[in-house]
Design a protein. Structure first.
Length: 110
């Protein structure tokens, strides 16, 4: 958030903080959520880059379009296993997974 906006909100009585503070997350919980969101974002980026619809991806991983939508949204009901298997089904390598998890922004494959 821009400093100017933060000051404006705080001057009007709003309290500005992090998600961790708001939800009272432990460092482990925060790391877990961040991992899940990075995998979800990586899955969507890879699917879009390959010009696949959610339905196309669902067929590849033998799931449903609604489940793919939940995967891409980082829904807590989706297992990390399914996220990783789906990335692998789209051709992600171990190095690609490491880049996604670490948050690196290099452009791995097609």
């Amino acid at each position: 958030m821009r400093e100017e906006k933060r000051k404006r909100l705080e001057s009007k009585g709003w309290r500005v903080g992090s998600t961790r503070e708001f939800l009272d997350l432990s460092p482990d919980e925060e790391s877990y959520i961040e991992l899940r969101l990075r995998l979800a974002d990586g899955l969507k980026e890879r699917r879009v880059r390959r010009r696949l619809t959610q339905t196309d991806l669902a067929k590849i991983v033998r799931s449903s379009q609604s489940r793919v939508a939940k995967m891409e949204a980082g829904d807590r009901t989706v297992s990390l296993d399914l996220l990783i298997r789906s990335l692998l089904a789209l051709g992600a390598s171990r190095k690609d997974l490491a880049r996604i998890i670490s948050g690196s922004r290099s452009n791995p494959e097609t």
